[in-house]
Design a protein around this ligand. Structure first.
Ligand code: 4AZ
Length: 841
């Protein structure tokens, strides 16, 4: 007999023991067949025991500090909160969980909690224990209580509520009679809220529990195992305190926790108990140094938890904590009387503290008005309806704003404008940055168009078919030009956009009078075909739009099917790397380690500068001593994708691999941190590249040494040849190219959001110069485009699967950002098989 056993002595003193028994067949039979069967059964049992042992010791059990060796039973319910004690003199020794004073008072309070629960039969039945975790001035005692509900009783859970627990405790503390030995303690206030059981820690146990004293001079702490890897199934807690007149500020210069917050996360509280109503924030994922997590408390206490459940281990975090004057988190607002200026939420761009109210009064000279523009606005909170903003908000002229806003500009009705900011006790965020400016209402926008919202835009943007003001006021009351279509809602849109399958007017009026009959299908190029051509697995429309959005019709192969390695066809739009196994050999999900950005990113309103790590596949190609010359994208650790026209020019030196240097992981042309420099081993230009027409403008660059993928260096996903990037889709082009036509190259990587343009429109506006290896993207109104120096760089689109795919390579265009002259890109899908043949990627 062989047995395996594991034991756990948890904080509740519960022993759990599981015995696994195996039996060995004993046979004295001489028959061969019996021996064979016996051996086989024995082997099977041994294999099962071995597999179980591996699971038990590698995944389930771990014994080092801070790693729990048993999960709370699925029915464990934990409530946490604090209680206010009266007539208990505060003693600093209570802050030391190892002191006699702590022990004595904690024991008494734990007994009181137990007594109270016993007054309710339902709670009494399941109550297990309570733990007092800390004391702070006031005198506040922090605690949690656990109830274990057997699986079979789970249906009674709705009755077993937070309200019931709280009511029982409140009744208990107001009841006059107390058991004799506990008479000396009276509780005036108690809170209880349901808590993630993983955060219930016992400070008297030594497991990954830390008490820190914040001082003015920053000190550090880090997650266990940092910087190598945190152990799986950790439950760590840091209690931070500062002196009474201080608040606590914590910054995480390094933060890399598993991406899925349900497994691993850091949660921070404005309390010493993990009470959801006082949660500052909960974070997981990876953050770049340019966007560190920075939080502050509203008072002199803070609790930080690290929970890790995933098997994949990440480095964890390092943190710096310090005590800051309470005035820094509590004093905000005031009167602003200059004609222009900037104001921010407290501690911006760090997270604002909880429980703060501020009011700014902007006062400009009589007769003038005020315009406020929020250049960043982020006050997101789980479960908040942004139309109501019942938690944190900014209030201007009676309207509350919350959530994440990409543009918010407001104007006053008088020369005074009040801006209020409110943060409640739970969940904080980065807050806002606002600029204000006084203006003369009789001439609000000298030489510009005044939007109804008060912002000014250049006159050319008025009546150009685009909502530049953000409130449509620049597109109202327009007289449509000859080359424009009058939409039903009063907007004017270029005639070229009529019947292009994109609802450009917003009310659909540009798409309703299209020539096809009800029983017909209209192809992307305007051709009408009988409805039954749709999804018949035959390409009937020139652009294949009749087969583009078909659900699976197994086995039938068309140009729009995804071809599995085993030659099966999947008739589903963009089946590759969508996290669903569509091929029976799963080849549609192979090679999908691409198109993701490890860093959690800041989003700054209106900014066109890319952040570090935002486009980790972007590469800068430097030619001889000329510096940045072209862009490229990373498609594997050895291969880059770029445009042929960067290499095949009238100068043969452009085609010499040793004349080029590649820089990956770069954001600023003058910064080398984290940048990987590689030489080129080989340049493969497409053999059909045509210097006159720019047809087949694609080149593959083989690196001399492989890249090492990091947070800022990652490959982009290449779309299968069947991948569809529909007209109207918003994609992003990036590069260090010229900031305007004929202008200087950018120092910081730039990003621009552009739309895929319908092929017929593309062909019209380029006067027939586009081939099927090209696609147009941009805006017919002009204004946003790639430009000189962006060539070779990627046009990437975000798919629902959560991955970025490269749709195009910056190729050419008539000038930059001109009206009706969109950027022209090499169509990657058309050349996908050539890339595979040349590189194996
Ligand atoms: C260039 O010269 C270039 N507007 C790249 C893109 C565009 C124009 C010029 C598209 O590299």
């Amino acid at each position: 007999m062989h047995s395996a056993r594991y034991e756990y002595d948890g904080r509740n003193g519960h022993h759990e023991r599981i015995d696994f028994l195996t039996s060995k067949e004993k046979t004295s039979s001489k028959k061969k067949i019996c021996i064979v069967v016996g051996v086989l059964v024995g082997l099977l049992i041994l294999a099962a025991v071995a597999a179980f042992l591996i699971w038990l010791f590698v995944f389930k059990d771990a014994d080092s500090e801070g790693i729990i060796s048993k999960q709370l039973s699925p029915s464990a319910q934990v409530f946490s909160g604090h209680m206010k004690l009266v007539d208990v003199p505060y003693n600093e020794k209570l802050e030391d969980t190892k002191s006699k004073e702590f022990e004595a008072l904690a024991d008494k309070l734990e007994a009181i909690l137990g007594e109270n629960y016993k007054t309710d039969p339902l709670l009494a039945k399941y109550y297990t224990n309570s733990v007092v975790t800390a004391f702070s001035e006031g005198v506040l005692a922090y605690y949690w209580s656990q109830f274990d509900i057997p699986i079979d009783d789970l249906e009674i859970v709705p009755e077993f509520s937070e309200e019931r627990v709280l009511e029982t405790l409140e009744n208990g503390i107001t009841a006059k009679s107390r058991t004799a030995g506990l008479k000396d303690i009276s509780i005036s206030e108690i809170t209880a809220s349901i808590t993630d059981a993983r955060m219930a820690r016992n400070p008297r146990a030594k497991e990954c529990f830390f008490r820190l004293e914040a001082e003015e001079k920053p000190k550090t702490f880090s997650s266990p195992g940092f910087p190598k890897a945190y152990p799986p199934r950790s439950r760590c807690q840091w209690q931070i305190r500062a002196s009474e007149d201080k608040a606590i500020f914590v910054t995480f210069p390094f933060f890399n926790i598993e991406d899925d917050c349900s497994d691993d996360f850091v949660s921070i509280y404005d309390s010493l108990s993990p009470d959801d109503s006082q949660a500052i924030t909960e974070k997981c994922g990876q953050r770049p140094p340019s966007n560190p997590l920075e939080v502050s408390s509203s008072g002199n206490i803070m609790l930080i938890n690290l929970i890790t459940d995933s098997v994949t281990q990440k480095p964890g975090f390092s943190a710096e904590y310090s005590a800051i004057p309470i005035s820094k988190v509590k004093t905000c607002g005031g009167t602003l009387s200059k004609s222009e200026g900037v104001f921010t939420s407290p501690l911006h761009p760090s997270f604002y503290p909880p429980a703060v109210d501020c009011k700014w009064t902007i006062k400009v000279p009589d007769g003038q008005k005020v315009r406020v523009k929020f250049t960043m606005f982020r006050m997101k909170e789980p479960g908040v309806d942004i139309r109501v903003c019942h938690k944190d908000f900014v209030e201007v002229m009676g309207t509350k704003y919350c959530g994440e806003l990409s543009s918010l500009s407001l104007t006053s009705t008088t020369n005074v404008l009040e801006v209020k900011f409110h943060s409640d006790e739970s969940h904080t965020d980065k807050g806002f940055n606002a600029e204000y400016r006084a203006y003369d209402p009789s001439n609000p926008c000298p030489n510009k168009f005044a939007c109804a919202s008060g912002i000014c835009i250049t006159k050319e943007l008025q009546c150009d078919g685009w909502n530049d003001c953000g409130d449509m006021s620049d597109e109202m009351k327009c007289k449509c030009e000859k080359d424009q279509f009058a939409c039903g809602n009063g907007l004017c849109k270029p005639r070229l956009w009529v019947c292009d399958r994109v609802n450009d007017c917003g009310d659909g009026s540009d798409e309703i009078q299209c020539s096809c009959e009800d029983n017909e299908w209209r192809c992307g190029d305007g051709v009408c075909l009988p409805q039954d051509v749709v999804c018949d697995s035959k390409r009937d429309c020139e652009d294949g739009s009749d087969e583009a959005s078909c659900k699976t019709s197994p086995g039938i192969c068309s140009d729009f099917s995804f071809k599995c390695e085993n030659k099966e066809c999947v008739n589903k739009v963009n089946a590759e790397c969508d996290r669903v196994d569509d091929c029976s050999d799963s080849s549609d999900e192979k090679g999908c380690d691409c198109g993701t950005r490890p860093y959690k990113l800041n989003r700054i309103v209106g900014g066109q500068n890319a952040e570090l790590g935002e486009w980790p596949w972007q590469v800068s190609l430097h030619f001889l001593t000329y510096g940045h010359t072209c862009g490229a994208s990373i498609i594997s650790n050895r291969w880059l994708l770029s445009a042929s026209h960067c290499f095949v020019t009238s100068s043969p030196s452009n085609h010499v691999a040793s004349n080029w240097q590649t820089y990956s992981g770069m954001q600023d042309q003058y910064k080398q941190d984290g940048v990987q420099h590689r030489k080129l081993k080989r340049i493969i230009s497409h053999p059909d590249y045509n210097q006159m027409t720019f047809d087949y403008d694609i080149a593959l660059l083989e690196l001399s040494e492989p890249l090492e993928f990091t947070n800022t260096i990652q490959p982009i996903c290449l779309p299968a040849s069947s991948h569809v990037f529909p007209a109207g889709m918003s994609c992003t082009v990036t590069g260090w190219g010229a900031l305007r036509e004929g202008g200087q190259k950018a120092q910081l990587l730039q990003k621009a959001s552009v739309k895929i343009i319908n092929d017929t429109v593309c062909n019209t506006v380029t006067e027939g110069q586009v081939t099927s290896r090209m696609l147009c993207s941009g805006f017919l109104a002009g204004g946003v485009d790639a430009c000189q120096g962006d060539s070779g760089g990627p046009l990437v689109c975000f798919e629902e699967s959560g991955k970025w795919f490269q749709a195009g390579i910056v190729s050419w265009g008539e000038g930059c950002a001109r009206r009706n002259k969109p950027g022209v890109y090499t169509r990657v899908t058309k050349l996908r098989e050539w890339i595979r043949t040349e590189t194996g990627v």
